[in-house]
Design a binder for this molecule. Sequence first.
Ligand SMILES: *Cc1c(COP(=O)(O)O)cnc(C)c1O
Length: 472
Amino acid sequence: MSKGDLDPKDWETFRADAHAMLDNSIDKMEQAGEGRVWSPVPDSLRNKFQSSLPLEGSKTDLTINEIMPFGVGNTHPRFFGWVHGAGTPSGIISDIAAAAMNVNAGGRDHIAPVVELQVLKWCLEMMGMPLDGSGLIVSGTSMATIIALKVARDQSILDARLMGVKQGQLVGYTSEQSHSCIKQAFDVLGLGTAALRVVSCNDNFEMDLQNLSELIAKDRIAGFTPLCVVGTAGAVNMGAIDDLHGIAKIAETENLWFHVDGAFGAAGLLGKLAHDRLSGISQADSLAFDFHKWFQVNYEAGCVLFRDETAHRGAFSARAEYLRGSERGLAGGDFWAVDYGPELSRGFRALKVWAHLAEHGILAIGRSIDRNISLAQYLADRVAREGQLQSMAPTPLNINCFRFVSNNFDLDILNEEIVVLLQERGIAVPSTTRLNGKLAIRVNITNHRTQESDLDLLVDAILEIGAELTST
Ligand SMILES: *Cc1c(COP(=O)(O)O)cnc(C)c1O
């Protein structure tokens, strides 16, 4: 029986407490569809986290149980705000095992890199990228994007030995519907946010390729060096998918790095309904996507994939002497994650991703994604039938944007209030967004628990609250 300083004094009590917590956790998942979607944190609970630094220890189980109802709400079938996955009960199990192993998956010869490589191989295959490509499991798409664009930047700086490019002259392109993490990556990498050119969109909110070509031409004339183009496969606002094949063609002609932000959308490749529109992902030099969104892996885990393993490793593999590998022993092993990204210490995220893919299989995950796309269409049809609701954008994927209309009211303020009341009353959690300058209620369905009845309940509640707010 282990007797470390911080090990339990009484293993039997610890075991009983741990089993009780496991039961509570399973209860939470089993009852995910019951009760309020979201509740504000009560002051009594908030105050518990204003206490002084603990000098002596105390039991924490009660407090942990108390906090469990006050999450974001994304395990609930009527959580439609932002792009969050709903998670699965099995995810609890692999996280327990990973915590017990407590490995550092940054490098060395043990099972974690073996599992991670398996997951990465599967990902390359799922996304239609070359199987001799490479990748890394990371916290999410924001980190994946930084890693991808660092590789792109370094490639271009290598070219610079021939071409004489200086940083500051490097520029990139992405559409006005793209995610803010791309701009942030330009900042973090020292390229500067001004170096990210914003390409306009067509009526379907997809990148306007004519405008892309014009901006590239203009930059070349002005002496800038076009570095990369970032396409979006599933934009956060309303789910637009850029013409990825079209972008790939321009990237090839112009010798640009082609990165795809497929944070949630790339998972659509596993289903049938959006598969063809996403197939251009296979032409990307790099791809960022999340497991914690449409794949439904419990938070958090994302992935970056590269067509060219050498370029990927070249951007990160400068191991310090004390981290030098050896042929044999624990310091051996071929895949050291530290050679592929900026983190040295990292947990065993690969385990929960592996377990999720292995337990469900990609066909079932694909079916749940297709079902979400069908549900978004179901909602679009219902919105079209309701005289008081107005569609605000096409529904190409799993996101539906619309608003409640009423004469003589500021519709931006009215719809904002409807959304806040839906959240505060615990009925449902949609979010809002602005499309063509107008506020829209945004219903995002990346939730394997959502049913038609949840969407009907949502629409009924919007009509009811809308009537309540406009009756004077
Ligand atoms: C969520 C999202 C991101 C950011 O991903 P994180 O996992 O939250 O870091 C980037 N792009 C798109 C399109 C997203 O939906």
